[in-house]
Write a new protein. Structure first.
Length: 176
């Protein structure tokens, strides 16, 4: 479409609108048009350069190991909470803030301790202990937490499960 035809069509589109809503055509000089065109070309070139830069790769294994060590340090400090000196309490607070900041950034450390267990969970069960008083299978201890980065699991959790003893069905019970 030629420049003259395009400007006529633009003017007609504006005339379809109520006078209060019409956008006035800018009165720019040829020098201003040329300068604007150069700026747009520069911006397009800059945008292409930004898009083509590769994103820095994140080593998921190192990130999961770091998050696991943070989780272990927090557990140690949580267990000794009443006996910590002032410096230990400050370190505990900084580590909790670090965990919160990581969660805000998309890295979630999931401790499964105390949750109900069922075989469909994506966890590695290291040990399953029998407990006569248990009514359902429960995660007794988390050995290694599940680490999730932006909805993608980068480390599978390892747990110890406690539950009621398995009932062995004997042939006498089935025939009776």
């Amino acid at each position: 479409m030629t420049g003259r035809l395009a400007s006529v069509r633009a003017a007609l589109r504006q005339r379809r609108q109520h006078r209060a809503f019409r956008i006035p055509r800018p009165l720019w000089t040829q020098e201003q048009h040329r300068s604007l065109g150069e700026l747009v070309a520069d911006l397009e070139g800059a945008t292409d350069a930004v898009v083509q830069q590769p994103k820095p790769a994140v080593d998921h294994r190192a990130l999961a190991d770091t998050a696991t060590n943070l989780w272990r340090a927090l557990r140690k400090l949580d267990s000794a909470n009443g006996t910590l000196p002032t410096a230990g309490r400050h370190a505990h607070r900084y580590l909790r803030a670090t965990r919160t900041d990581l969660a805000t950034g998309g890295l979630v450390i999931h401790d499964h301790e105390g949750e109900a267990y069922h075989p469909g969970l994506s966890l590695d069960v290291l040990v399953r202990d029998d407990d006569e008083s248990a009514t359902e299978e429960t995660i007794f201890e988390t050995v290694r937490p599940t680490i999730v980065l932006h909805g993608e699991r980068i480390q599978r959790g390892q747990v110890i499960v406690v539950g009621p003893p398995f009932r062995q069905s004997s042939k006498e019970e089935t025939s009776a």
